[in-house]
Each structure stands twice: as structure tokens, then as C-alpha cells.
Write a protein that binds this ligand. Structure first.
Ligand code: PMP
Length: 306
């Protein structure tokens, strides 16, 4: 892959802002040897009318990276505040005038073995990234034969890099089988989440999503969507969700920072509703994008203006 699009980027790396090709970690680090690292995915939305970049729920993402470090039993914790400040400064140094995807990472550095708990290192990368076409078109999903990791093995509520090998299997299998996305069942056989996003269905006019004890990442977009749906007068149930309920759903969608609000058109080749993005999903998308782009008033302090 060509690195041309990255080579002029500035990266925040252990307290400094360095050119892209200097952001390197050591081969001996537990991050490399054992995947001992945690990260976040944050979007920034460029509002062309206002000529402003808005970072969505920056503080909440950085509080979650604190939680991930605690769950992963890091011996020292990189706190949210300085990570937020470094992110804003990174946006300024890169002079972005487009929507972006930001990835902060805290990792175990130096040369420890698998039970090492420090020292930590930290970096933040950011690249330009807009909304993908699948948000408009919707996707075809497969219920994966791969089981979601459970809290008894790899805690899903930590956004730990190592967890993503589980979703990687599911995502690859879905693609190989001709689908766009995977939905995983948890160890109790209930719906958990997609390979990097949460899932909702609309059934009998009610929005249903797996609870936070379903081995999901406690998604910030899921939280946002629940609030927006309630504002729209839709009842939301956070509960165990059965696979077979999809066959009776009128609409379904994925949500997440990366996936935003992406309609699910069919599951395992069986259409959901009319097999195309549903009316309620479209309304929710409009509300979501107006919010993140700073079109509607930010009454909750969710937008950080760069
Ligand atoms: N689940 C997983 C496994 C994820 O990686 C993500 C993306 N961070 C989500 C759900 C959605 O979380 P969020 O809305 O906080 O981005």
C-alpha cells in the first residue's frame, strides 16, 4: 500500500509531535509481543459552512481509554485530560480541513514479559476520513460462526487491541462468504455486536439493543443513539436479543464511531423489512449527522471545536 497519503502527517508520540515516519515502537515491547495496548477511535467532523472541525465526545472517549487501561491492569494510567489536550493540538498541527478519524493508543513499552504492567507509552494518530457509502446504501450482515469473546476470557468492555483478533476472524469470514459485516453471538448464544460496532433492531415499533453485559464494547455511539431515539419518542429496550428476532424486525442498523449509523438490509440472506434502509433509521441518521457536524445546537457539550 502506498504511504504517500500518510507521509506528511504529524503524530503525537510520548509527549512530542513527530513526523509520521518517526512514530515507532520497539520490537521488545509487551505491546508488540502480547498485544498489551488499548486504543480509541474518535471522529472529527469538518463543517464546511462554518469552516470548523468538531471532535465528537472527545472527553468520553478519553475516559473510556482510562477504563480500558484499568481493566487491562496497567500499573500507571494515562489520564483523559492531557490526552484530550494533545488531540486538539494534533488537529492544529496537522491543519486538517476535512473530517478525520483519530486513534489514541496507550501501550506497554520497553521490554517486559506478559505480566508486565508498565511502563506505559502513548501516541495519537489522525487521518482524513469521511463517511463511507455503506451509510447511505446499507449492508448485508452474516451471523458469524465465531463466538464473541466473553468477560471470563477477554473483557469486551476494554477497547484492547488484542480483542480485535476475535472480530477480525468474524469480519474476514463474512467477507469471504460474500457479506459486508458480521454479527457475533456471545457465549450465552445471544446477539452481542458487530465486528467493530453495536447493533439495534426495530421490532413492533420498539428499538432493541443488547445490554452492556452482553459482551459488547460500551459504545459511545450506542449511548448517543439511545438518547436520540428517546428524543424521537421511540421506546428503547436494552436486553438480551435473540438471533431469530431479526426475522421479525422491520429495521436494523449498526452504530459506532466508524460505522456511524449504518442500515442493515439483510441478515444471512433474509431481508429485514423491505430489504432497504428503513424510515426510522433514515430519520435517526439525519439527527445523528446534524448533531456530529454541529448543525444542531450542542446542548450536551459533546462537541470540541478545534
Ligand atoms: N464495538 C466494538 C468492538 C468496537 O470496536 C466499536 C468501535 N469503537 C464499537 C462497538 C462502537 O463503539 P463506539 O460507538 O464507542 O465507537
Amino acid at each position: 500500500m502506498s504511504t504517500d497519503k500518510f507521509k506528511d502527517l504529524i503524530v503525537y508520540f510520548n509527549g512530542e509531535f513527530v513526523p509520521w515516519d518517526q512514530a515507532k515502537i520497539h520490537a521488545f515491547s509487551p505491546a508488540v509481543k502480547y498485544g498489551a495496548s488499548v486504543f480509541e477511535g474518535i471522529r472529527g467532523y469538518w463543517n464546511a459552512d462554518k469552516q470548523k472541525l468538531y471532535l465528537f465526545r472527545l472527553q468520553d472517549h478519553m475516559e473510556r481509554i482510562e477504563l480500558s487501561q484499568r481493566v487491562m491492569r496497567f500499573g500507571e494510567i494515562a489520564p483523559a485530560g492531557p490526552l484530550c489536550d494533545a488531540t486538539v493540538e494534533l488537529m492544529r498541527r496537522n491543519k486538517f480541513k476535512a473530517s478525520v478519524h483519530i486513534r489514541p493508543t496507550v501501550y506497554l513499552d520497553e521490554y517486559g514479559e506478559s505480566s508486565a504492567r508498565g511502563p506505559i507509552g502513548q501516541f495519537i494518530t489522525a487521518i482524513e476520513r469521511g463517511t463511507p457509502k455503506k451509510v447511505e446504501d446499507g449492508v448485508r450482515a452474516q451471523v458469524s460462526s465465531w463466538e464473541r469473546i466473553s468477560d471470563r476470557s477477554m473483557p469486551a468492555r476494554a477497547k484492547s487491541n488484542a480483542n480485535y483478533n476475535n472480530s477480525r476472524y468474524a469480519g474476514i469470514q463474512a467477507k469471504v462468504d460474500g457479506y459486508d459485516a458480521a454479527i457475533m453471538l456471545n457465549s450465552r448464544g445471544k446477539i452481542s455486536e458487530g465486528q467493530g460496532m453495536c447493533v439495534f433492531m426495530i421490532r413492533n415499533g420498539v428499538a432493541i439493543t443488547p445490554s452492556v453485559t452482553s459482551d459488547i464494547l460500551e459504545s459511545i455511539t450506542r449511548d448517543t443513539v439511545i438518547i436520540l431515539l428517546k428524543e424521537m419518542g421511540i421506546e428503547v429496550q436494552e436486553r438480551d436479543m435473540d438471533r431469530s428476532e431479526f426475522y421479525d424486525a422491520s429495521e436494523a442498523f449498526f452504530c459506532g464511531t466508524g460505522w456511524e449509523v449504518t442500515p442493515i438490509n439483510d441478515i444471512d440472506g433474509s431481508p429485514i423489512g423491505a430489504g432497504k434502509p428503513g424510515e426510522l433509521t433514515r430519520k435517526l441518521q439525519n439527527k445523528y449527522f446534524d448533531l456530529v457536524n454541529g448543525v444542531t445546537e450542542d446542548t450536551r457539550g459533546w462537541l470540541t471545536e478545534v
